[in-house]
Ligand binder design. Sequence first.
Ligand SMILES: [Zn+2]
Length: 278
Amino acid sequence: MHDTTVTPSRFESERFLCVVLHDVAASTRAACMRTLAAIAQVADVPVTLLAVPRYHGETPTPDLIDWLGSRSRKGDELALHGWRHRDELAPEGPLDRLRRRVYTRGEGEFWAISEREATRRIDAGVAWFRDNGWPLAGFVAPAWLLGPGAWQALATQRFEYTSTLRELVHLPGRRSVKSQSVVYSTSSAWRRQSSLLWNWVVPRLESRNPLMRLELHPRDADFTAVRRSWQKVLERALRDRRAVTVADFMRHDRAGAPTQVPAMTVAPSTQWQSTTAE
Ligand SMILES: [Zn+2]
């Protein structure tokens, strides 16, 4: 069992680490298990698992559902990560095509869809969690890309948080907690190289931040240099940080927040960054 309790009185001086695993689905489960095993080699920490109900159109298997249920009972958090994950709409012009087909490699499902369509997909995802009896606090868009329709849809939902590459965002109200993700890209050799460099830099830049986010993908254990890099980040972070799920971090951040500044609104802050696409 993981100890996920955070004592509010110690909160201000405490430092936290959130470990997040993206793209959890039936077809990625074996790779997810390898990554979770590589995390466990370093430490037994709670992980936030971003589950995709119909990943690339596939149907979730009973094995996946049993496994997610048992991870949830053991102290991991399950969060909703889109519906199909894929951005299926036609790009509007060359720049849009570059962003959506090259930068995110077509995985920004919630970037261009309308509020209505975003609501439909989120509702279906929420129903999937409910049918399986899983607690649900967070919605994280594929590739962290929330377009205007998706933000509008989230405003009418009951999530406690969402996140982007650079921040966690409380819902409702959008008060944000800045924290640049440590995230790797493994799809090609040059992406792996640039992410190793990037992830040497980010933990150093973020070392004074009370929250560090390590955001992993299913294949992140399959490339030795990448695996060793994030295992080192994890090991170092745990010297003076406590690992908690994102939902737990957000609840305690909310509880410890100074007297609410009236609904401080953060502009949707999706930013393009060449080395950190999903
Ligand atoms: Zn994803």
